[in-house]
Design a protein around this ligand. Sequence first.
Ligand code: G3P
Ligand code: CA
Length: 241
Amino acid sequence: MKNFAHRGFSGKYPENTMLAFQKAYEVGVDGIELDVQLTKDGELVIIHDESVDRTTDGTGYVRDYTLTELRNLDASYLYIGKTEKNLIPTFREYCEWVKDKDLITNIELKTGVFEYLGIEKQVLDLLQEYHLEEKVIISSFNHFSILRMKEMAPQLKYGLLSETWFIDAGAYVKSLDVACYHPIFRNLTPEVVKELKSHNIEINTFTVNTREDVLDLYEKGIDSVIGNFPDMVREVLEREV
Ligand code: G3P
Ligand code: CA
């Protein structure tokens, strides 16, 4: 079972920062999950919420900031006094960092609230520039967004994110000719897993933060867990299975 660091090593470091990505890499993860959005001036940046309020010392929507303005904010707001200032990374900065590393990147297109029209093409352009096409999984809760990108680049690997109880999720994912399903882990009952496997769908699940859940999902034959504590996941997989 693969070990993906959710927003980097976000259980211990400021989420979606280069520090959190570096610390996840040092743990020895298989992959890193991150979230991309667009600034006011059309730059790809890595941040989870549509607004900067929760994770930075600023307020307002990401899409209302230029990149220069966003880069003045401190993305370590939740860790004040515990770390130095960390900037909101650009996606280009991440690509430059990851290009020579043996890591899979799960890029979540944060197109569920604002569509950020054109974001799919911008992500694709950077992946091509850095030759990362074979080292990524593109996911989104907005399945239209996945289909838009898949039309431009059918050779990439895609995953459909879900927090709902789909009937016949595997048949749905298969019908869109997508390789992976990324559900919330609580919905992975034996019946759901069986149906997904009957369609040969790769199952990568979030957000898995306890030893018990890691073991349960391993026993169910899940392909990857995406969690905030990749050190714990690594230890469980090395010592307990
Ligand atoms: O990609 C898995 C997970 O990150 C999806 O939910 O809200 O943490 O981005 P969220
Ligand atoms: Ca995410």
